[in-house]
Design a protein around this ligand. Structure first.
Ligand SMILES: [Zn+2]
Length: 103
């Protein structure tokens, strides 16, 4: 079965890159709210993960103010590292994704 990546993105995936071999590199973003003495802050983890070779790049930003992030999280500077890594990786990775096992 063909899966359309645009309709089958897992929850938390903010961007997806296609590698030269046809695998995908997914960028996930997870935010966890945390109470501090001065209010609520958000710890954000941005992960770029290659489905082909299973390498990943993780960026963590602790104590962020979620209200300053804006609507387009992927366009924000918090995704700079993940975006660069995913773009560079997708251009050179030749690992194929492991086939889905039929249920
Ligand atoms: Zn890869």
């Amino acid at each position: 079965m063909l899966i359309n990546p645009e309709t089958a993105w897992p929850e938390g995936v903010v961007a997806r890159y296609l590698t030269v071999a046809g695998a995908t590199v997914d960028i996930h973003a997870i935010g966890l709210d945390r109470q501090t003495g001065v209010g609520t802050v958000t710890d954000i983890t941005v992960t770029a993960y290659c489905q082909g070779c299973r390498q990943k790049n993780v960026s963590t930003y602790l104590g962020m103010d979620a209200s300053t992030l804006g609507d387009d999280f992927f366009a924000s500077s918090l995704c700079d590292d993940a975006r660069d890594w995913a773009q560079t990786h997708a251009e050179k990775c030749r690992a194929l994704p492991r086939p889905e096992v039929a249920q």
